[in-house]
Design a protein around this ligand. Structure first.
Ligand code: SF4
Length: 256
């Protein structure tokens, strides 16, 4: 699960109406949809309020998701699906619709997100789509491979000891960078570990929201000066300096 921070400090949301469909033309070109499910079941990460984009109303979720999925054209034959949680949090009608759209538009690869706690569901989910000749790429937000930092500070909920254990289940990882306690060396080490064990790495630079962990401007400056130039042309590394860099998310309407 990517850390896509939806709410901004000091802003009380009256309506959240983000862009939910975009085309990513650079690096692993694909279409991306930000769908809505019943919400992340972990909800404890101390840097994330992404899980607020959820509803227990399955019909309303499906209606919203259907509207976005109708925009998918299959232009690059690849689709990324993100939602505030894991694929297990999407309703069955939405999953059916995704599969249907893929068949209609000849999309052969779909990326989904999944938290570590749902790793046991991944194998059958892959099989379900493989039966339709659709390959799944499963992404997880590990944020950092430093377990002590990750679990004692971020409260990420991943008890895996090493990256190989994660790589048994996941194809891609998200990293969270630009927070207190990180250095050029620790951030580079995380990116290199990600590249060694996974197909793709997505670096999310921390943006302020209502949660306790705040961005560290000095760490972000280090990333910008030393790491961004090193990885910006790496086709296996996505870097989101802003949480809307993929063209989805963000705050459209707010008050106060
Ligand atoms: S697992 Fe953590 S980062 Fe992902 S949506 Fe849930 S609270 Fe947010």
């Amino acid at each position: 699960m990517s850390a896509l921070f939806l709410y901004q400090k000091g802003i009380i949301m009256k309506e959240f109406n983000p862009n939910r469909y975009a085309i990513i033309s650079e690096k692993n070109p694909r279409e991306i949809v930000m769908l809505r499910g019943k919400g992340c079941r972990w909800r404890r990460c101390r840097f994330c309020d992404y899980h607020l984009d959820c509803s227990t109303d399955e019909k309303a979720n499906f209606a919203l998701n259907q509207e976005q999925l109708q925009k998918v054209t299959g232009i690059y034959k690849k689709l990324e699906v993100i939602n505030s949680g894991s694929f297990v949090d999407l309703d069955e009608s939405t999953l059916e619709r995704i599969a249907q759209i893929c068949l209609e538009k000849e999309i052969r690869q779909v990326h989904f997100e999944c938290h570590w706690q749902h790793r046991g569901k991944i194998r059958d989910f892959r099989k379900r789509f493989a039966a339709l000749d659709i390959e799944l790429k499963i992404k997880t937000g590990v944020e950092t491979f430093n377990k002590l930092f990750r679990e004692s500070y971020l409260d990420k909920g991943i008890d895996a000891e090493d990256p190989a254990e994660l790589a048994e289940y996941f194809d891609e990882v998200c990293l969270l960078q630009g927070i207190p306690g990180q250095s050029a060396q620790s951030m580079e080490q995380d990116i290199e570990t990600g590249l060694s064990f996974f197909e793709r790495v997505c670096v999310n630079i921390m943006q302020e929201n209502l949660k306790p962990i705040k961005p560290d401007p000095a760490v972000i400056a280090i990333f910008t000066e030393r790491l961004y130039p090193k990885y910006c042309d790496n086709q296996r590394v996505d870097i989101l300096m802003e949480n809307t860099a993929f063209g989805v998310g963000g705050v459209v309407e707010h008050a106060e």
